[in-house]
Design a protein around this ligand. Structure first.
Ligand SMILES: [Zn+2]
Length: 468
């Protein structure tokens, strides 16, 4: 079996790993590269293989950096199936449609401002391209609920374990028979952590796996424990309530939005915070929340204790409002506090959150609550770092609102979680660290070598191949 690392190799975006055995080509994830526009555009447009030669794709979860070039793959002649959980397929559709929309709007804007002779910009894919992906999805259940394998051909089969990262996310375990010998490979996709709201903890792989491709986003750091979160929120929201503040929360539409709504709803029920109005101002979050409502069987035990037992869903209550139209969104400007407004995008790079920041950031009674990772060079990061004025829609605004960061909610395993996970894999020989910056991976590599000296650990570079 040959593994070629075609994305998220010494990098955190564009997840794509090609597994070849004899003449079968299996792609693990088909994600979008993100970052500098020109370079990522090239990488996302030109796939490093012939699409029609890929026999199948296994999709670990619905984040764009894992599913975001599926429309390009299909457009270029891919004929096979895309295996994923049903929740992943449903969410991926909305994520891809949203990306197509943004790309179409972006291209239109750039083309309107082109200088003479500059070539026209085209989106990497359109909504029609996304539509063509849908018929390729083949749903696979987690193996705990049916111990059946999915057979790809007579020599290759796989099963899914819950990765606990976002709804529907899966760790894949693959068996490949080559010349009568069974070879084994596990792929973490993105790995979650214990105690996240809604999601179950990542599952341990039951079979021995000689090879593991492991995400290593936080290989060099530890997250704050989840147990601190409610105390912090109680303080922030209690004060905001007395001052009638507006709390503006940039949040990712998948998972983070549902988690925040879950925690707030829970704390209101337990009378830890007052029942202030909560507005979820994102059409994408609204659609994804509907998918969550359809897949409560994937939720953890705490959900059943907190809400499920009473036939209640955490996402809906009298004080939780999902705004649909642009008019409803604009009307939030004239509402007085206290209230919480949750909107995308998660790093404040676009979307409705920009309007709310623009309208509220100059008032010192208001609050900006950062709940997720903010990449360099994003507006979210600049606000988080206290840089003022903030530039929004080309205008400068003095940042007078208080800014708080809650990093307890990270959906990725931290250093301790990753190390423990490696320890649960039986018979492991080769570990490949992906979805990481080189220095984070290097720190983790040293730690793994110290803890498990018999392991061979690699940090594969882009396009590197190994035979195992
Ligand atoms: Zn992810």
């Amino acid at each position: 079996m040959k593994i070629t690392f075609l994305g998220a190799a010494q990098n955190v975006t564009g997840s794509k790993h090609l597994i070849q055995s004899e003449d079968y080509r299996l792609l693990l994830d088909c994600g979008q590269f993100q970052g500098k526009r020109k370079i990522s555009n090239e990488l996302n447009r030109n796939l490093p293989f012939k699409a029609e030669e890929i026999n199948a794709v296994i999709l670990s979860h619905a984040h764009l950096d894992h599913c975001g070039t599926l429309p390009v793959l299909v457009k270029n002649g891919f004929q096979g199936k895309i295996y994923c959980t049903e929740a992943t397929a449903k969410i991926a559709r909305y994520i891809l449609e949203d990306s197509a929309n943004l790309q179409e709007q972006d291209a239109e804007y750039i083309n309107r401002h082109l200088k003479r002779k500059e070539p026209e910009v085209l989106p990497t894919f359109t909504k029609e391209d996304v539509e063509n992906v849908l018929s390729h999805f083949q749903y696979v259940e987690y193996s705990n609920s049916n111990n059946n394998w999915t057979q790809l051909n007579e020599n290759i089969r796989f099963k899914f374990y819950d990765a606990g990262h976002v709804l529907g996310s899966a760790v894949t375990f693959i068996e490949i028979k080559e010349n009568g010998v069974v070879k084994t490979l596990a792929y973490s996709g993105d790995l979650g952590r214990e105690f996240l709201p809604i999601l179950r903890s990542p599952e341990v792989i039951q079979e021995p796996a000689e090879n593991l491709i492991l995400e290593c986003t936080y290989g060099d750091r530890l997250h704050k424990p989840m147990q601190d979160l409610q105390g912090e929120l109680q303080k922030i929201i209690g004060e905001a309530f007395n001052k009638k503040s507006k709390i503006i929360v940039p949040a990712f539409s998948l998972e983070r939005t549902q988690e925040i709504v879950y925690i707030l709803h829970y704390m209101i029920d337990k009378k830890k915070i007052p029942a202030l109005p909560i507005y979820v101002d994102s059409p994408l979050s609204d659609k994804i929340t509907q998918v969550f409502s359809d897949f409560t069987e994937y939720f953890d035990k705490e959900f059943w204790d907190d809400f499920g037992r009473n036939n209640e869903l955490p996402f809906f209550a009298d004080n939780i409002v999902y705004t649909k139209s642009t008019e409803e969104s604009k009307a939030l400007n004239s509402k007085s506090g206290p209230c919480i407004i949750i909107a995308g995008s998660g790093m404040a790079e676009g979307g409705r959150i920009l309007h709310h920041l623009k309208n509220n950031i100059e008032n010192s009674d208001n609050i900006v609550l950062i709940t997720g990772y903010q990449a360099e060079n994003t507006l979210g990061r600049r606000i988080q770092e206290g840089i003022s004025p903030a530039k929004i829609f080309g205008e400068e605004y003095n940042v007078k609102a208080k800014v708080f960061t809650l990093d307890e909610l990270s959906a990725h395993a931290d250093q301790n979680d990753l190390l423990a996970y490696v320890g649960t894999v039986k018979n492991l020989k080769n570990l490949f660290l992906v979805h990481t910056e080189t220095d984070h991976a290097e720190a983790f590599l040293q730690l793994v070598k110290k803890t498990y000296p018999a392991l061979t650990v690699n940090i594969p570079a882009q396009d590197m191949s190994v035979e195992v």
